[in-house]
Design a protein around this ligand. Structure first.
Ligand SMILES: [Fe+2]
Length: 273
């Protein structure tokens, strides 16, 4: 999802844009199970290439719980899975289900679904000309990044609590604050393990470049929900500042606890301080 040199979808080749549209048009939406997509051999090859590239980087830079969850989930590595298969695998672990949407959705819709245990996912695949790069979430980010995390009980709970918090608050200011806290946890969260920073956020985990880059280049600040919600960030570049926890249990205590009880008034007070 995160890349050093983003390229907007309108700069895709006409062929890539048409294929993306073809897949997006089959999105069944949040209310129904996803339709199976007939992926091409080239699209399966992109999945295989990204999996192969990420495997050693994950071994080195992914949190222990994520590696264990990946092994429990057991996504195929030799072909792209259908979202229905992802749901079936997750159902046995944490109960999360995947639903297909045609592209980026409004944050309230996205998080509201998370709160109900539904992950709204795209189904199209990034451009094969640069398989380790995508300017926006594609099925590889949604599944390699998020589904492996959603196979972990604590990370699934973090996603759920973020969604439920988004439904509870009423102001756009509070909703954006929650989305920003989630950005620095569910998407770009880092935990210290074995004396080293390890990624547990789906954005980091699905970025071959950034997952290798962050341990030596990002400034790692202590977990702090107010600072996470207040820090400006650029979604089109590697994150120069990340927030590191001592454990995933601490993430669930601090960030999950915040999502569990936050109110519009608390966010307003945090922003005014
Ligand atoms: Fe994501």
């Amino acid at each position: 999802m995160k890349t050093a040199t983003p390229r907007p979808p309108e700069e895709l080749t006409p062929q890539a844009r048409a294929r993306r549209q073809e897949i997006a048009s089959q999105a069944a939406g949040p209310l129904r199970p996803p339709a199976d997509i007939e992926y091409s051999a080239d699209e399966h090859d992109i999945w295989v290439a990204v999996n192969e590239a990420l495997a050693p980087v994950w071994q080195r830079h992914a949190a222990d719980e994520v590696l264990a969850a990946r092994d429990r989930l057991g996504l195929p590595r030799d072909r792209l899975p259908q979202l229905t298969e992802v749901s079936t695998l997750l159902d046995q672990l944490t109960g999360f289900e995947y639903r297909a949407v045609p592209g980026l959705v409004d944050k309230l819709d996205f998080f509201a679904s998370l709160g109900r245990g539904l992950f709204l996912s795209t189904q199209y695949v990034r451009d094969g000309a640069s398989p380790l790069y995508t300017p926006e979430p594609d099925v590889i980010h949604e599944v390699i990044g998020h589904a492996n995390c959603l196979a972990d009980e604590q990370l699934a709970e973090l996603h759920r609590l973020a969604g439920q918090a988004m439904l509870r608050v009423e102001t756009e200011v509070a909703r954006q604050f929650l989305a920003d806290v989630f950005w620095f946890s569910g998407e770009f969260g880092v935990v210290r393990q074995h004396g080293r920073p390890k990624g547990y956020g789906a954005g980091l985990l699905s970025s071959y470049g950034e997952l290798r880059w962050f341990p030596t280049h990002a400034e790692l600040r202590p977990l702090d929900v107010v600072r996470m919600g207040c820090l400006a960030y650029d979604i089109d570049h590697y994150q120069p500042v990340l927030f590191i926890a001592d454990s995933l249990t601490q993430v669930l205590d601090v960030v999950g606890g915040f999502f569990e009880s936050v109110t519009d008034g608390q966010v307003a007070a945090a922003l005014a301080a």
